[in-house]
Design a binder for this molecule. Structure first.
Ligand code: FES
Ligand code: FES
Length: 214
């Protein structure tokens, strides 16, 4: 006779667990996390609040600029550009307003020694930076070498682009004191002269750099 399959012994019933499967230790862990959530949320909300930018305007706000070594203050709407602040508030009209959209270079000034289009900077944003305009480079009877070189090389006609070119040239030569003609072409490529005095301008740059035959 075939052996009957061994009858499976009924497994011992598991001890009934009382009510919940959460141990006291687990309970304490969970309670700790739950209790911490509001604190974390509060900290995040605080961090978000701190990261929020301060909103200025649209009315006038106090703005102080460091221009040519002097502190100049005015009440300006935050939308006012550095160029308009210089020209309309501080009577520094060397930087010219031509395209007013960052393409011609007539408004060039130095910002911490670097040539920038002042029509493309908000005055409120450049507080605390060192701004130098063409007015600080030289004066009648005591021209800056770049200004003198522009005169010597007949590098202007109407002269409207000239202040921007002079400032851009100074920044360029500070960086490349011994430039090649190709570097001059590229280095001053952000400034336009509608009268087309480029040959004179390049000769002026070469003169300051101490080179002959632009
Ligand atoms: S006026 Fe600023 S780049 Fe032309
Ligand atoms: S000299 Fe006239 S725009 Fe340059």
């Amino acid at each position: 006779m075939d052996d009957l399959p061994e009858k499976k012994k009924p497994s011992k019933p598991k001890k009934e667990q009382s009510g919940s499967s959460v141990s006291r230790r687990d309970f304490l862990k969970i309670s700790g996390v739950t209790a911490a959530v509001p604190l974390v949320a509060q900290a995040s909300a605080l961090a978000l609040k701190e990261a929020e930018p301060t909103v200025e305007g649209p009315g006038k706000v106090a703005v102080t600029l460091n221009v040519n070594g002097k502190k100049l203050s005015a009440q300006l709407e935050p939308r006012v550009t550095l160029l308009d602040a210089l020209r309309d508030q501080f009577e520094l009209t060397g930087a010219k307003r031509v395209c007013d959209r960052g393409t011609c270079g007539a408004c060039t000034v130095l910002l911490d020694g670097k040539a920038v289009y002042s029509c493309s900077q908000l005055a409120i944003d450049v507080q605390g930076r060192e701004i130098t305009t063409v007015e600080a480079l030289g004066e009648p009877g005591k021209l800056h070498p770049v200004q003198q070189a522009f005169v010597d090389n007949d590098a202007q006609q109407c002269g409207f682009c000239t202040p921007g070119f002079v400032v851009a040239t100074k920044a360029f030569l500070d960086r490349y004191p011994n430039p090649t003609p190709e570097q001059i072409k590229h280095g001053l490529g952000g400034n336009f002269c509608r009268c087309g005095t480029y040959a004179g301008i390049r000769a002026a740059v070469m003169q300051v750099a101490g080179k002959k035959g632009a």
